[in-house]
Design a protein. Sequence first.
Lengths: 189, 456
Amino acid sequence: MKDYILTVMAQDRVGIVRDVTTALTSLEGNITNVSQTVMCGYFTLIVSVQMPDERTQLEIRQAVERMGSVGEFEVNVRPYRQANSSRPYKSQHYTLSMMGKDRKGIISRATAYLSDKDINIDDFYAYVLDGRFVMLVQVSVPENVDVEELQTELELLGREYDLLVHLQHENIFRATNEVRPVMDLQRKN
Amino acid sequence: MAAFEDTFQTIDMLQNEHLDVRAVNMGIDLFDCADRDIDRACKLVKEKIIRHASPLVGACQSVSRRYGIPVVNKRVAVSPIADVMAGHGKDELIQLAHTLDEAAKEAGVDFIGGYSALVQKGMTNSDRALIESLPEVLSQTSRICASINAASTRAGINVDAVFLLGKILLETAAQTAEADGFGCCKLSIFANMPEDNPFMAGAYKGIGEPETVINIGVSGPGVVKRAIERLCQSGQCTGLGDIAEQIKSTAFRVTRCGELIGREVAELVGAEFGIVDLSLAPTPEVGDSVGEIFEAMGIAKVGGPGTTAALAMLNDAVKKGGAFASSSVGGLSGAFIPVAEDSALAKAVEDGNLCLEKLEAMTSVCSVGLDMVVLPGDTSAETLAALTMDELAIGVINKKTTSCRLIPVPGKKAGDRAIFGGLFGESPILPIPNETSDAFVHMGGRIPAPLTSLNN
């Protein structure tokens, strides 16, 4: 068996996941991981699947595409390679929130700053509603990074764009929203 | 990551609804500093307080920054000084008080509590000396808070002590007359005083507590009020039960913040983590008021009929949410109604909607008691004592904590305004009807401990 990663993008409707998984099953594939997101009425799906050795990338893509109407599904298939995600140092999860008036270039500027500091983005969410920009990013801050300096620099960056910026350790959000005892969060650290 | 909506709600509570940690209080045991030589005792006390409390402010700032939650007050509470200083007289106690004040200043904390005596059943020589030193201590120091436990469910009410305290209140007010009797704002008289209360003026480090301990006072009137308003504005509120649920879930979040901060500060300063006190503690700032919660619940005029029921429900719901959030809940854990410190309550007094009798009724269903209540300057010691006895009786009979912070304002009469400033706020002076209980107070002695069975 060979492992593949497959993405599907389409306008959202009922039945897309059924169509994609039916196509993969018909090729005797075994689905091992699925994640989906819908944003602004568009649906994206990322799937990892094990396929018999004789199946080709083209064959898999066409099988999925055939399940939609002409041009409905945009499908990508890649052989799976072990991601080299293990980082050599420990990190702590923080939540970066940025809120204020929408202006061009905020996201690229903020993410460039994070990348320069070797801070990985684990989860990202941003939207604009009635001209108000809201961004929420979960980041892994390496333990050797001075968090207070980071907070100050991010707040300064926010000021350039007239945004309220906060970088807070994730435990404040977990403690106030999860049922598990606070001691559990601290033991985890 | 917590769900986005929940994350935003937490951010909103922090940024727009005054969610903060109202008090981080470090309890420090001082019994090992006791010494017959007063200079040596002062030296030991100062060294110990500075050694333990100096890292507190830095630790609070660091944890506050990490989580983006303000820590408003950093405080110290010490073992009851009357016991630590047994064998010393009034002058030595005043000397020690100045030492405590200096130590608090050097450690960078805003108040130090524990200038206290437990006299519910009787006074020792040092208890009496401490009480007699209060006018000087509260007028000459800036950071000391004093508390006296004058009653308990197991002992009853020490009327002699309460009457003495009535006289002391007048003397303290006189010695701080230029500040509207401000000295009395730093003295609480209790029934069933808790050993782990982080809030001033009543914080002291109880005998059964560890060597050093961190107790946390959370805040939250603003957060609770906004939660109720949001529910009512959504058009989905189906009744008071719904509001109680909303208060519970808000109290859960608020308590969790307190425990998270408390545990981390305790670890950083090398102290044990003690408790989270759930009390909703208002400030004079608009939007941070317990009175405004009643308004959000539909009580148009705070103090009007229904106010006691609203307070009872609020207090109970806060406890239910908090008790689920943490197993380390303690202190007073109720809603405070300190009149001068709560802008909506002070306004209700000004408008004539909230009177002394209604306040007393409200204290039967919440903590603490007749708190930050300003009274005419010509109120007699007997009347101050009688009012205090009424309040303590509510605590003694109902097996709960009650307390009084009464401030007779020299030279002012009912309707005039007393202004203390800062967190102590301001309030019109309340009239006291029917001041005719002198003979009752003069009887003295002790009101016996109540029966604790036959509860109907």
